[in-house]
Design a protein around this ligand. Sequence first.
Ligand code: NOJ
Length: 757
Amino acid sequence: MKSISIFILASAFFLSCNSSTKGPGMSASHQKIDSLLSLMTIEEKVGQLNMYNGTWEFTGPVPKDDNSQRKAEMIKKGLVGGMLNVLTAEGTREAQKLAVENSRLGIPLVFGYDVIHGYKTMFPIPLAQAASWDQQMATEASRIAAKEMSATGLNWAFGPVMDVAPDGRWGRIMEGAGEDPYLTSVFAKAWIKGLQGEDLSDPETVAACAKHFAGYGFAEAGLDYFTVNISDQMLYNAALPPFKAAIDAGVASVMNAFQDLNGIPATAHKKLQREILKGQWGFEGVVLSDWASINELTTHGFASDRREAAIKAFEAGSDMDMESRIYEEELPALIENGTVDESLLDDAVRRILKMKYDLGLFDDPYRYSNAENEEKYLLAKEHLQLARDAGRSSIVLLKNTDEILPISKSVKKIAVIGQLAESKDVVLGSWRAQANPNSGVSIYEGVVNALPETDVQFKQGYTLTEGERSFRYDLNFVEGDFSKHDDAVALASSSDVVILVMGEDCFQTGEGRSQSDIGLKGNQEELFNRVIEANPNTVVVLMNGRPLAIPNIAKKAPAILETWFLGSEMGHAVADVLFGDYNPSGKLPVSFPHSTGQEPFYYYQKNSGRRVPNDFDSDMVFWVHYTDTNKEAVFPFGHGLSYSDFEYGDPEITAIGGGIEIDITLTNTGEITGKETVQVYIRDLVASETQPIKRLVDFAQVRLDPGQSESLKFSLDREDLGFYLSSGQFVLEDGEFEVFIGGSSEDTKSRKVSVNF
Ligand code: NOJ
């Protein structure tokens, strides 16, 4: 009976207080949390820092002794704060019951899950969403994801991914917004707004988690989990700003990272977590470890045993232990014998209780487990419609010689070629949460549905993979099987138009999916060469989750559409663009190199002393270049064409009171209405630390009818024009800036202007 009465006591605090507190930064709940804290034993406090994987699904290496009975017992004792990978309204309700109705204080569990581009209805992968440059769309997609997941009892999304990713070899590049810190920061806000909404206690919103703090996307050689050695200049100017943007947007939590950053594992990085995140930035939310990353401090060679790992991670500011089970084992004794200060424990527990409070769990611990809504919301018709809209706006038209696209709907015979074209599964992308396998619309289906009266025929052509495909295991790539080429070439030559779908399996990207080569696998390139010869009227449709090195295809194909992995409605979205029902407007969030050897490859490189052969003989070797390939991009960051044509007027650029104002007129000189993304880049020409040749600082999207012009004004302020020194200090330095404005990072008009701050 004791347990029940204390539960009632604890719950009563919460039931009596207003739970409409908006985010982690507000303090209405502090007193209530302190009162609860005063009732808790050290074990119970440490229990709140403990996160277990459910037994439904595994998204990391599971310990051999994984035992659901033991987990249930621990929950009942109040020694678990949250779980991940618990599925369905019924499943979360059952688990919640164990905590609320059995543990001494009845503190509810929080339920986390990896939801980064949808829960059941799949939206474009995050990299594709970033290609839309459309924040409203990204917010909408996340809002729907939150609505679907929350109906099943999940209230903590392990996203958005804020990892700036300059290396296409890194498989997790698909999870974030690409190579650029500014674009990633903009999407940080958009995704967080969609997930968290205005009020965390709304049962259709969830807590977001900005991950992986920090520097994870700079893995050496693009190898996932591998060490990160980056300059402090890169850390402060590229890796950290998106996280700062996430904090400013009120993100409820942050997940740290597996890798070591310049010698210190991120999970035990005191400077990152305590000094910068919780100190300078004033973050009051929860810092969650990544899966077993506290335990991995020993394999990093940073802690001699689990006890030392506990001390180092905890003192560095990692509040919650996901699946290392080290805090539960080590922290109580460390607190009791005074090795670790109890005030640190109280601080960590407060953060977790505060998040639960903000989520409204103390008002009603079952508010998210709603079987009725689960039935109603998952794969709802309007969610699929939004997925189609999001898909269309994420497509990038890379090339369109002689306006071969859009394809006329009166064409008689269409060949759809490529193993990827037929897949209803690959379209869903990696990190697909609870998408039903094979539930997406394939590109072939999309084409057939768009033109039901037309003769549309399919041939597999190349063989990229064979056997079972799984999120958890390596794919079986097929090399050297040319047996299906002849049929495909014959179909190509007898058709009016060929839609050749090439690229990657979706499980070539995602966690643990690094590649040493970002060209096309299987025998796709050979097939392409034959098909393009058989029928020059060939449109290449690319499906991929990273930039690709495809110089031969870029040169020979008359038209190329970058379609990424667009989710449940992919085939329809692609057909909308192929046949002109949607005018493409996406722009690349990553640079496409000529060769994998250029990676890491990103547009905001430094100039170096010898970038171009200026006043010396350019045949000499003494300048920055490769002797065997081009050092520039095949398709640069920000590139993307339209079925409309846009003309940029001459920009007026003026320095005004420590800022810069830009006026430019944009005209649609084409024949149809279209949307253009106008991009603004700057270069600080001379600075106390060398600066990139260009960096994105602003952009705007404009929809124009044929012949219509619009005057645009951009104002760059101190935040845009300053930069971080390697010391971490943000500075504004007087002097000359070059301002670039245009439709891609390489297609710009520029002016120089002097600014005094
Ligand atoms: C490991 C991944 O790095 C992280 O992003 C994910 O949230 C966790 N596993 C949980 O699945």
